[in-house]
Design a protein around this ligand. Structure first.
Ligand SMILES: [Zn+2]
Length: 91
C-alpha cells in the first residue's frame, strides 16, 4: 500500500540521496530499516525540504489510511475499475 503512494512522488527530479529517501521511505515509516540507513536518511530529510515534505505527507497519509475503517467496494465499482485498468493497458 505504501509503495503505491511512493510511486506518486517518483516523477520529480532528484539526486541520489533524494532517491534513496523515496525508495526506503516505506521501510523507514514501518520501522523496517537498519540503523545506519535510518541515520543517513533522517540526516538528509533534515536538510532537504522536498524530502522532508515527502516523508511528512507520506506518514500522515499512511496514518490516515490506517485509522480509516476498511470498506469493501461494491461489485459494480470493482468491475468498472478493473475494466478501466484493462483498457488503460491496451493503449
Ligand atoms: Zn532530498
Amino acid at each position: 500500500m505504501v509503495s503505491r503512494i511512493v510511486g506518486m512522488f517518483k516523477r520529480h527530479r532528484m539526486d541520489d540521496d533524494c532517491l534513496e529517501v523515496r525508495e526506503r521511505s516505506s521501510d523507514l515509516i514501518d520501522g523496517d530499516i537498519d540503523e545506519p540507513s535510518e541515520r543517513r536518511i533522517k540526516g538528509h530529510i533534515g536538510r532537504c525540504g522536498p524530502c522532508n515534505t515527502f516523508i511528512n505527507t507520506l506518514r500522515a497519509t499512511v496514518n490516515l489510511l490506517r485509522s480509516t475503517p476498511r470498506q469493501e467496494p461494491s461489485d459494480g465499482f470493482r468491475a468498472r475499475v478493473l475494466k478501466s485498468i484493462r483498457e488503460d493497458q491496451k493503449s
